[in-house]
Design a protein. Structure first.
Length: 148
């Protein structure tokens, strides 16, 4: 994040502090001389992408679990569908693991979705279906849905 942060003051001055409404016109493009949005550019930078994945892992490890405040099981009820939870852009599957540990009966009904560049580093997670998917594309998990 160093280069985009360093480019931010000049970027803001050049755009006269206008609201950013296009993800291809940010300080990241200025810093890295690219026209790609960040989530399209970053996977093509293997070392930086690896650092990003590590950051996301550490950041999640210290966060309060959403399961401690969100009534997931109550809202899910007696749902018997094929998939109970889809973690879109789920990285290394930490949320899937936490959900499976909290609700072991959901094993086999949890899906982890992320880019192939991320998933190639994810070890096999028993009871979690791993699917390549770009979250900027239409959702591929279909069927009866329960929105919590």
């Amino acid at each position: 994040m160093g280069p985009p942060l360093a480019a931010l003051p000049n970027f803001l001055a050049e755009t006269k502090y206008a609201e950013v409404t296009d993800n291809t016109k940010t300080a990241l493009q200025k810093a890295f001389d690219t026209n790609l949005p960040g989530f399209a550019w970053l996977p093509n930078q293997p070392k930086l992408f690896e650092y990003f994945q590590r950051f996301m892992t550490v950041q999640r490890d210290v966060a309060v679990s959403w399961l401690s405040v969100f009534p997931f099981k109550k809202l899910l009820g007696d749902y018997h569908g094929e998939t109970s939870f889809v973690d879109v852009g789920g990285g290394f599957g930490h949320q899937c693991l936490m959900l499976k540990e909290t609700f072991p009966e959901l094993s086999g009904k949890i899906e982890l979705q992320d880019l192939p560049q991320t998933l190639q580093h994810v070890p096999s997670i028993d009871g979690v279906k791993v699917v390549e998917h770009n979250f900027f594309e239409p959702q591929i998990a279909k069927g009866e849905a329960r929105q919590c």
